[in-house]
Write a protein that binds this ligand. Structure first.
Ligand code: MG
Length: 381
């Protein structure tokens, strides 16, 4: 029996993870859950999975939950301390890190320091502080299993091979809803259009990031740290069908790709069950029904966010944390109708331009760059 804690249980990845676990109750036990403010859904999850500990966003929400649940059955916590406790409970074997955005960094690091294996959906953890996080993981004997579909594909395509033989990694991107929009059209897209992803069903933040291609930029940085490979060896191909989830090219010219239907339950179940596989009952991938698989290079003129991410990882140090924070603020501003869609990369670029990059030696360095960039981006907006 694998004992799990889920950080971000009411988000898209959390819900999909619990959907899998529900069908494999003989293999997995939910020990703890952390959520934000979706108390209604959390209560349903508590009733179903009976965790021993839960944590919510703040004290009033925790009090509300306490009034409605029997305190003898469950420990109810809140805030960053509560999330950290969920991430570090002694009986937990694996922590599913699925909080959205920079808020996922500290609990992920706490879990690693407590020697928990990680199923990582929160890519920002590696974008902001990949160097430190991977060092901590190594020192604590922790394996990080990616839940991101592209990184799960690379992880699978690397198995049985040696890193010295890798020529490059090719991350695929669906291209999002605006793949064929002109620059003029992009300036006027609505929030609803941006949230309407053609292939993947995901949370709001990542859906906007997919539309701007910033998601792919963050994934390049994530891959750089997760697989310890120079960013120059990571390429991006637009692949609208989202069947090939990513590829690894080897020095002998062989390319290993991982394929599957675009459904997050694939990479989640792989991360949970490794080295085994779970019979997920997802429909079979039928290549005979798929007309064709196409690949093209991303257009950096229309989608400058990807280039900004390469620039951030090239400049190194704290710059990726600045990129990430400016992006979070800009996406929020777009979702609140304060800037247009093309304003997102613009704000990020301006924020990066006015930042002097620093070395990153501690998590604190990343957090300071993060707060600076948030302030700067807000001012610019
Ligand atoms: Mg992805």
């Amino acid at each position: 029996m694998k004992k799990l804690a889920i950080l971000g249980s009411t988000g898209s990845i959390g819900v999909n993870t619990l959907d899998i676990i529900e069908r494999f109750r003989d293999k997995y036990e939910i020990v703890a859950l952390s959520a934000g403010s979706n108390i209604q859904l959390l209560k349903e999850q508590i009733a179903k999975f009976k965790p021993k500990v839960v944590s919510v966003l703040n004290e009033p929400l925790a009090n509300r939950l306490k009034e409605e649940l029997d305190p003898l059955d469950i420990e109810i916590l809140y805030g960053i301390e509560g999330t950290n406790r969920v991430a570090t409970l002694s009986e937990v074997d694996m922590v599913v890190s699925a909080i959205v955005g920079a808020a996922g960094l500290i609990p992920s690091v706490s879990a690693i320091k407590a020697r928990k294996n990680i199923a990582l959906a929160n890519k920002e953890t590696l974008v902001m502080a990949g160097k430190i996080v991977m060092k901590e993981a190594k020192e604590n004997g922790v394996t990080i299993f990616p839940i991101d579909s592209e990184h799960s594909a690379v992880f699978q395509s690397l198995l049985g091979h040696q890193k010295k033989d890798v020529k490059r990694i090719i991350l695929t991107a669906s291209g999002g809803p605006f793949l064929n929009c002109s620059r003029e059209e992009l300036a006027n897209v609505t929030i609803q259009e941006a949230l309407n992803h053609p292939v993947w069903e995901m949370g709001k933040k990542i859906t906007i990031d997919s539309a701007s291609l910033m998601n792919k930029g963050l994934e390049v940085i994530e891959a750089r740290w997760l697989f310890d490979i120079p960013y120059e060896k990571i390429d991006v191909h637009i692949h609208p069908q989202s069947i090939v989830h990513s590829m690894v090219e080897y020095i002998d010219g062989s390319v290993v790709a991982q394929m599957g239907l675009p459904d997050m339950r694939g990479p989640i179940s792989y991360a949970l069950a490794y080295p085994e596989r779970l019979p997920t009952e997802l429909p079979s991938l039928n290549l005979l029904e798929i007309d064709k698989l196409t690949f093209e290079l991303p257009d950096e003129k229309r989608f400058p966010a990807l280039r900004l991410a390469y620039r951030a990882v090239e400049e190194g140090g704290t710059m990726p944390a600045v990129l990430n924070a400016a992006n979070e603020i800009a996406v929020e501003a777009f979702l609140n109708n304060k800037i247009g869609f093309t304003g997102i990369p613009h704000i990020i670029k301006q924020t990066m331009n006015s930042y002097k990059v620093k070395e990153i030696n501690t998590i604190q360095d990343a957090l300071e760059a993060d707060s600076w960039a948030r302030m700067k981006a807000k001012m610019l907006i």
